[in-house]
Design a protein around this ligand. Structure first.
Ligand code: ADP
Ligand code: MG
Length: 561
């Protein structure tokens, strides 16, 4: 058969690799973090599979990661004895990028002229395995899927194609050999053949990895001879099981990067412990930027489930509602079965209790962040506000806690967002309702004729421009006992007694005209009336109080209703 094939990388993968080969990212050390992270994931997966499938023919007696350096050949190898990959796995997992948002990322990268911005984009995306091409001019991967007999060898220079080949003999798991670029050879900063350098990188980025990361080093022995010694480089302490006082911020941040596959630091760290009948540890993070797949139905969600330090599943939807899908981290539940399924989790009463606590904690963390550090909160809200507001529709139990962290644009200050409470504080004497307008953009709303009377009379109007806003204002209805009122609906009474007297005379004066207009437009409108809404426009069309707002109408029409 065709044992050795040369294949092309998928187009997006090729473009991303180009960027790596030319080292668009300045911190090259992270390639090792990515390899160790993948090795650790592979060990997690094998342990889980061997527990679930008792017939799996795999060796799980000494799961670990090995790092091996060959100074003469200038290679560095990261080896694990984990789950491994079949030939199909290698082609689909390494030859393509399945991550949604890749095309979007590449478009942004093409458009960004500035190197700093490009770095940041790459960092937000996280390039995983491809990071090896920052330091390598060739990468070789040898792998065997646990339980299968033959192995697969993969090799590439990162330039468009790769070679895959079947091999008869390969150890269980995966080894990745990085052939280091010659230009880094003389460079102390990037000497990836130095034991010291490797130890330092592993300590910095991967100390918490739950599996031993080993390296065999040369030591001066007795009588001037050299002896070899195998050392474990990491402390292997599960961060979430340690007390907060023992963990420093950089350790939390590196752990975040491992679980989230993000390269940027998180915005907030939440470390909590549940005691009592159902014990658990949770270590959660609020990222500093939205992933590109935040609004994609296939997007990755954030929380991993562990049971007594054993990895059980990624993307545990039972632990975090959809509107907090950007929260990343780990929940280690002590009293669950290792065989627990997603379906059972959804039904589990204890898990629901945990989920409720986690949600409350996340929301209160956001609230504290706003009180403590407004800048940081605003970063959060810009990135995730539109998603959090989905909770106002989906999660009735936490509606008021969510309303507490909502910020919206307003006519009060073009540069700043306001809280709903802030709006209420500024309400004019005699104003009873909270006025809002919805639309595609701030300027579109501001230029709509509906705004005129409100502006003329100095009433503040909330400017809502996210699609979800239409839905939550309807669902929530009121805040602090005050009705949320769309300025585009029904009769809005902004008038003083004097205004009203004038309107009475006007109504008499224009009665005939209004009757005539009403007749002439009978097919188009329900009623023609004089209005105090407008100051400069001659006329405008308004909906009934119970009609949909124009944006919602458009949204439903677009959805085919
Ligand atoms: P990510 O880890 O974010 O999924 P990577 O680019 O790091 O992305 O890896 C791509 C995929 O390749 C992984 O999801 C995994 O399925 C597979 N893979 C990479 N390294 C290994 C490994 N050492 N053992 C088994 N599978 C691996
Ligand atoms: Mg990875």
């Amino acid at each position: 058969g065709n044992r050795s094939e040369t294949l092309e990388f998928q187009a997006e993968a090729r473009q991303l690799l180009q960027l790596m080969v030319h080292s668009i990212y300045s911190n090259k050390d992270v390639f090792l973090r990515e390899l160790v992270s993948n090795a650790s994931d592979a060990l997690d997966k094998l342990r889980l599979e061997s527990m679930v499938d008792k017939d799996l023919d795999a060796d799980v007696s000494d799961l670990h990661v090995d790092i091996e350096v060959d100074r003469d050949a200038r290679t560095l190898t990261v080896r694990d004895n984990g789950i491994g990959m079949s030939r199909e796995d290698v082609v689909s997992l390494i030859g393509t990028i399945a991550k949604s948002g890749t095309a979007e990322l590449l478009r942004k990268l093409r458009e960004s002229k500035d190197a700093g911005a490009s770095q940041e984009l790459i960092g937000q995306f996280g390039v995983g395995f491809y990071a090896t091409f920052m330091v390598a001019d060739r990468v070789t991967l040898l792998t065997r899927r646990a339980g299968q007999s033959g192995g697969t060898r993969w090799e590439s220079t990162g330039e468009g194609t790769y070679v895959v080949e079947a091999v008869d003999e390969a150890p269980q798991g995966t080894s990745v050999t990085v052939h280091l670029k010659p230009e880094d050879a003389e460079d102390n900063l990037h000497d990836y053949t130095s034991d010291r350098k490797i130890r330092e990188i592993v300590k910095r980025y991967s100390d918490f990895i739950a599996w031993p990361i080993r390296m065999t080093v040369q030591r001066p022995g007795e009588d001037g001879a050299t002896a070899t010694e195998t050392q474990t480089l990491n402390s292997m302490k599960a961060l979430w099981a340690r007390s907060r006082a023992e963990v420093d911020e950089s350790e939390y941040h590196e752990f975040y990067k491992h679980v989230s596959h993000d390269w940027a630091d998180p915005l907030e760290t939440i470390h909590m412990r549940g005691e009592g009948t159902f014990e658990y540890d949770a270590l959660l993070f609020l990222p500093s930027h939205a992933p590109l797949d935040l609004f994609s139905p296939q997007g990755r969600r954030g929380v991993q489930l562990y049971v007594k330090r054993v990895f059980i599943m990624d993307d545990c939807e039972a632990l975090m509602p959809n509107y907090l899908r950007f929260v990343k981290g780990v929940v280690d539940a002590h009293d669950l079965s290792l065989n627990i399924s997603r379906e059972i989790l959804q039904q589990d009463r204890q898990i629901r209790v945990v989920r409720r606590r986690l949600v409350k904690k996340v929301l209160s963390t956001v609230k504290e962040m706003r009180e403590r550090d407004a800048e940081r909160y605003l970063t959060f809200w810009r990135e995730f506000g539109a998603v959090v507001k989905e909770g106002l529709v989906d999660d009735a139990d936490n509606q008021s806690a969510i309303l507490d962290v909502v910020s919206v644009a307003s006519t009060h200050d073009p540069a700043e967002l306001t809280t709903l409470a802030g709006y209420v504080e500024r309400m004019k004497d005699g104003q009873e309702e909270i006025y809002y307008a919805t639309g595609e953009s701030r300027s579109m709303i501001e230029n709509s004729p509906h705004m005129e009377a409100f502006q003329a009379k100095g009433y503040e109007v909330l400017l809502l421009t996210d699609p979800v806003d239409e839905v939550w204002v309807e669902r929530v209805g009121q805040f602090d006992g005050r009705q949320l009122r769309s300025i585009a609906k029904g009769q809005v009474d902004l008038d003083t007694d004097e205004d009203k007297a004038k309107q009475e005379t006007d109504r008499k004066e224009y009665a005939e005209l209004l009757t005539w207009l009403g007749g002439a437009l009978a097919d188009q409108v329900k009623e023609v009336r004089l209005s105090s809404r407008l100051t400069t426009s001659p006329a405008c069309v308004v909906g009934d109080a119970h009609d949909m707002t124009p944006t919602l109408e458009k949204m439903y029409r677009a959805m085919g209703h």
